[in-house]
Write a protein that binds this ligand. Structure first.
Ligand code: ADP
Ligand code: F6P
Length: 318
């Protein structure tokens, strides 16, 4: 493996930069030529590729976002777009491509593998929605961002004796809501994997009021849907002042936590090791704190198992 390339794709996540840095420095350390691809698959199709040196990744470990930029690329979804991307990699004599992204980006890896491109995937997404790995790069930072917001919202909700409904990201996955909700002491956590009964929520709010509770925090994952209807129903049924906060893109930014950067460093290093060993069509993950790799097709066929134990803890502590 003489020349490798790296790109970031899909929604950005804190720690992507640390992963890019790890790939570049590990590759250079092994005597490889490392190419950076700008704007994910869009840059690949357009040949937006440059040679990376150590200084290109200096001073980025602490920065959120991705210096390689990112995109969602419709053209790459077509066989023509994929063929263009594979031809570009051939023209730049790239022997292996490291893709830092989520499940969509990894499906892109499989498409490229079919065209003879060697790929390794590194999980970069705040959603933590990949079944083959315990954690993805960016999840911990996002959860901490949400936790900080919950703690602030709690202050004002208590002062006004209000119900606060806080909507968080995660696509179809409830992990951000579950983890931040437990750590933030939310009264209810609503995730798409479980669903909810609005009557139960209203009953619990009224019971809380009777016990003298000053606030009620409800964390809802975007994938569960219906935040505004939920707020409206709570107001109508309980008569308690209820406000919604949609945290949105604030969850995608910010300096990565130690945990995310450590994960990124370990995973970026592993991705290059795999290519150096001549392996491809693999995804890097973490299980029980060990860095692992798994066949990309196998990983993509897995279904995500929701952590029911954690959900039970959330219910017990609410
Ligand atoms: P993520 O990687 O975070 O899940 P997306 O789902 O938006 O983000 O995927 C990122 C990009 O990966 C898409 O814009 C597209 O270019 C590519 N991609 C997604 N799904 C596929 C697929 N089934 N086949 C080929 N490429 C795909
Ligand atoms: O996958 C990361 C994520 O932030 C999801 O949580 C969210 O649903 C989505 O991306 C938002 O995507 P976009 O940046 O295209 O609005």
């Amino acid at each position: 493996m003489k020349t490798i390339a790296v790109l970031t794709s899909g929604g950005d996540s804190p720690g992507m930069n640390a992963a890019v840095r790890a790939v570049v420095r590990t590759g250079l350390g092994k005597g490889m030529k490392v190419m950076g691809v700008m704007r994910g698959y869009t840059g690949l199709i357009n040949g937006d590729i440059f040679q990376m040196e150590r200084y290109n990744v200096a001073d980025i470990i602490q920065r959120g976002g991705t210096v390689l930029r990112t995109s969602r690329c419709d053209e790459f979804m077509t066989p023509e777009g994929q063929q263009k991307a594979a031809s570009i990699l051939k023209a730049f004599h790239v022997d292996g491509l490291i893709v830092i992204g989520g499940d969509g980006s990894f499906r892109g890896c499989l498409a490229l593998e079919k065209l003879g491109v060697k790929t390794i995937g590194v999980p970069g997404t705040i959603d933590n929605d990949l079944p083959y790995t315990d954690y993805t790069i960016g999840f911990d930072t996002a959860v901490n961002t949400v936790l900080e917001a919950i703690n602030k919202i709690r202050d004002t909700a208590t002062s006004h004796e209000r119900v606060s409904v806080i909507e968080v990201m995660g696509r179809r996955c409830g992990d951000i809501a579950l983890h931040a909700g437990i750590a933030g002491g939310a009264e209810s956590i609503i995730v798409p994997e479980v669903g909810y009964n609005v009557d139960d929520i209203c009953r619990s709010i009224l019971e809380g009021k009777r016990r003298g509770k000053l606030h009620d925090l409800i964390v809802i994952a975007e994938g569960a849907g219906g935040t505004s209807e939920l707020v409206k129903t709570i107001r109508e049924v309980t008569g308690v002042e209820t406000r919604a906060t949609i945290l949105g893109y604030t969850q995608r930014g910010g300096s990565p936590t130690c945990r995310d950067n450590m994960l990124a460093c370990r995973m970026g290093y592993k991705a290059v090791e795999l290519l150096a060993e001549g392996k491809s069509k693999r995804l890097v993950g973490i299980r029980h704190n060990d860095i692992v790799d798994i066949d990309t097709e196998e990983a993509m066929a897995m279904s995500r198992v929701f952590d029911k134990e954690l959900y039970k803890i959330a219910e017990a502590l609410a």
